[in-house]
Design a protein around this ligand. Structure first.
Ligand SMILES: Cc1ncc(COP(=O)(O)O)c(C=O)c1O
Length: 505
C-alpha cells in the first residue's frame, strides 16, 4: 500500500481539507460570494478536471513559450476581449499586478496609485523599491464607499509628480464602482505614461454588452482580470491583457516567467479555456438573465424600510467620478441603530444559510454572477424582506431613529490621509516592535494595517501613525470588523512599528 493510501485509511475519520470541502459543499449553504462558478451544474463538464491534470507533455505546449494549443487558447481569450495580446495567469490577478507594475516602473521609480488599490500593488512597491504617490478617490456620501477615480485628479497629480512612470487604478472596486477609464487613459497617455487597470473584479464587463465600458475598450495599456472572481472559472485563474506601444513586452514576459510557477496547472488552464468558450456561447443570454433578476430583486427590495440596495440611480445629482456600478455586486445597506452590516451578515448566514461575500460597517456585499439561478436570487430577496419585517416588529414601540434613505452612517472607507517618513521597502526591512494602539501615535508603521475584506490599507509601512488613523482603526475594531495587522499580545491590541521610528514627541 502506498503512503497516500495509508494516510487516507489512518485518517479516515477526519480526512482533512478534502473531507471538509466535500461535506461543506453538501450542507445546503448557498454561495453569494466568489468563486464565480458557484458550484453550479450549469458549468457542465468542469467538475471532471482531475482526469486531465497533466504537465507539459508532448503536444501540450508550454505556457512560458506558447506555440501550440496554449497559444491558441490564449488567442481565443484575446479575441473575446478584443485586446492586442492576452496571457493566461495561473497565480491569480496578484501575479498580473506584480508583473505589470514591475514592467512599467523600474527599480526605485515613482508610481501613482489610487489609495484603494489591492495589496498586490503595495507588494510590487516593496519588491521594486518604489515610491508611491497617492490619488484618494472621493467617498460617495450616500453610501460611504469609494467613488471612481477622477481623471482630473490623475492629470493634476501627474503634473505634481512628473516622475511617476505609471498609474494604477482599481476598477471596478470590490463594491462594483467602475471608473471612467477612457478619460483617465487620456490624461495618462497625454503625459506619455502607462495606465495599469486592476480589473480583477471586472472580467465580465467586456463580455456584457449592457455593462459599463471595460478597461480594454477604454484604452488602458495593461489590464488584469481575475476570471475566478466573477466568471465560471476556478480559483487562481486570471488573464493579463496588453495593448499599445508603451509596454516593453519582453520585460513583461520575463516577469511573468519569474512570478508564475514553472508547472502551470492544466486543470486551471483547461478551466480558463472552458470559461471563455462558455461565455462566448452563453454569455449574452446569461447576462440578460442576470439583468432581469437584478431588476426584479431591486423591485422586491423597494418594500423594505431598513434595508436597501446601493444603486447608481439613487445617487444625488452632485458630481461623481464613477462611470457605472456593476450589477453583479449587490451592496445591501442596513440602517437601524441595532442592526449593522455585521449583524445582517450573521443573520443571513445563521438563520437563512446565505453566505455573503463580506460585511462592512453598514452593509453586506453579495456577489451575483451568470451562474446564479432564479432560486438563488429569490432566496436572498425573501430573506432580506423577512429580516426587514423582523427589524420592524422588534423595534415596535421603541424610539428608533430611521435615518433618511440618502444618508447612511459613515462606512469603513473614509480616508485618513497619511504621511510617509520612509519608503515601504525600507520600513519592511527595518527592525520592528509591537506597540499597543494607545501608545502608537507618532510611531512609524512597519506593517500594513488593512480593513479586510477588501484589504484597503489604513496604514502602509513607512507611514507616520496619526491619532486620526488610530481612532479609525479603533472604530472598525469596535464595529466587529476584521482589521488585519492589529494583533493582541494578551493585554492590548498592538500594531507593528519600526523600532527606532520617528516620534512626534
Ligand atoms: C482589486 C483586486 N486586485 C487583485 C486581487 C488579487 O486577485 P487574485 O486573488 O486573483 O490574485 C484582488 C483580490 O481580492 C482584488 O480585490
Amino acid at each position: 500500500m502506498d503512503r497516500g493510501e495509508e494516510l487516507y485509511r489512518e485518517d479516515s475519520e477526519d480526512r482533512g481539507l478534502y473531507a471538509a470541502l466535500s461535506s461543506y459543499s453538501k450542507n445546503g449553504c448557498y454561495p453569494y460570494h466568489m468563486p464565480g462558478h458557484k458550484r453550479s451544474a450549469l458549468a457542465g463538464d468542469m467538475a471532471r478536471y482531475f482526469d486531465i491534470d497533466i504537465t507539459e507533455i508532448d503536444g501540450f505546449d508550454d505556457l512560458h513559450q506558447a506555440e501550440g494549443i496554449l497559444r491558441d487558447a490564449m488567442r481565443f481569450a484575446n479575441e473575446l476581449y478584443g485586446a492586442e495580446e492576452t496571457f493566461y495567469l495561473v497565480n491569480g490577478s496578484t501575479c498580473g499586478v506584480l508583473a505589470s507594475i514591475m514592467t512599467a516602473a523600474e527599480r526605485g521609480a515613482e508610481l501613482l496609485v489610487a489609495r484603494n488599490c489591492h495589496r498586490s500593488v503595495y507588494h510590487a512597491a516593496i519588491l521594486q523599491e518604489l515610491t508611491l504617490r497617492y490619488c484618494y478617490p472621493p467617498i460617495l456620501e450616500e453610501y460611504g464607499i469609494c467613488d471612481g477615480v477622477s481623471a482630473e485628479d490623475v492629470g493634476r497629480l501627474l503634473e505634481q509628480y512628473p516622475d511617476c512612470r505609471a498609474v494604477v487604478v482599481t476598477s471596478p472596486t470590490y463594491e462594483g464602482i467602475v471608473s471612467d477609464i477612457r478619460a483617465i487613459a487620456e490624461q495618462v497617455h497625454a503625459r506619455g505614461r502607462i495606465l495599469i487597470v486592476d480589473e480583477a473584479h471586472g472580467a465580465h464587463l467586456a463580455l456584457d454588452e449592457n455593462a459599463p465600458e471595460g478597461a480594454v475598450a477604454g484604452g488602458a495599456d495593461l489590464i488584469i482580470h481575475s476570471l475566478h472572481k466573477t466568471l465560471p472559472s476556478m480559483t487562481q485563474t486570471a488573464l493579463l491583457h496588453v495593448q499599445g506601444e508603451r509596454v516593453d513586452r519582453r520585460k513583461l514576459r520575463a516577469y511573468l516567467r519569474m512570478l508564475q510557477t514553472g508547472s502551470p496547472s492544466y486543470v486551471l488552464m483547461a478551466g480558463m479555456d472552458s470559461c471563455m468558450r462558455y461565455m462566448r456561447r452563453h454569455g449574452r443570454e446569461r447576462f440578460a438573465f442576470l439583468r432581469r433578476q437584478y431588476d426584479l430583486f431591486c423591485e422586491k427590495m423597494e418594500t423594505c424600510r431598513y434595508i436597501r440596495v446601493g444603486r447608481i440611480t439613487d445617487l444625488s445629482p452632485q458630481k461623481h467620478f464613477l462611470s457605472g456600478w456593476d450589477i453583479g455586486k449587490l451592496t445591501i445597506f442596513v440602517r437601524h441603530p441595532r442592526v449593522n452590516g455585521r449583524r445582517l451578515y450573521d443573520m443571513l448566514r445563521e438563520d437563512y444559510r446565505l453566505q455573503m461575500e463580506m460585511a462592512a460597517g453598514d452593509y453586506v456585499l453579495a456577489m451575483m454572477t451568470v451562474m446564479d439561478d432564479e432560486e438563488s436570487w429569490q432566496r436572498l430577496a425573501d430573506a432580506l424582506v423577512q429580516i426587514d419585517d423582523r427589524i420592524e416588529k422588534e423595534s415596535a414601540g421603541e424610539e428608533t431613529e430611521v435615518l433618511p434613505s440618502n444618508s447612511v452612517q459613515p462606512s469603513g472607507q473614509a480616508w485618513t490621509e497619511t504621511e510617509a517618513v520612509m519608503s515601504i521597502a525600507q520600513a519592511f526591512e527595518a527592525e520592528r516592535t509591537a506597540v499597543p494602539l494607545a501608545e502608537a501615535e507618532g510611531r512609524t508603521a512597519a506593517d500594513f494595517v488593512n480593513l479586510y475584506p477588501p484589504g484597503v490599507p489604513l496604514l502602509v509601512p513607512g507611514e507616520l501613525i496619526s491619532g486620526r488613523a488610530l481612532a479609525q482603526i479603533d472604530a472598525f475594531l469596535r464595529m466587529g470588523l476584521r482589521v488585519q495587522g492589529v494583533t493582541s499580545d494578551g493585554r492590548a491590541e498592538t500594531v507593528s512599528c519600526v523600532r527606532d521610528g520617528r516620534f512626534f514627541h
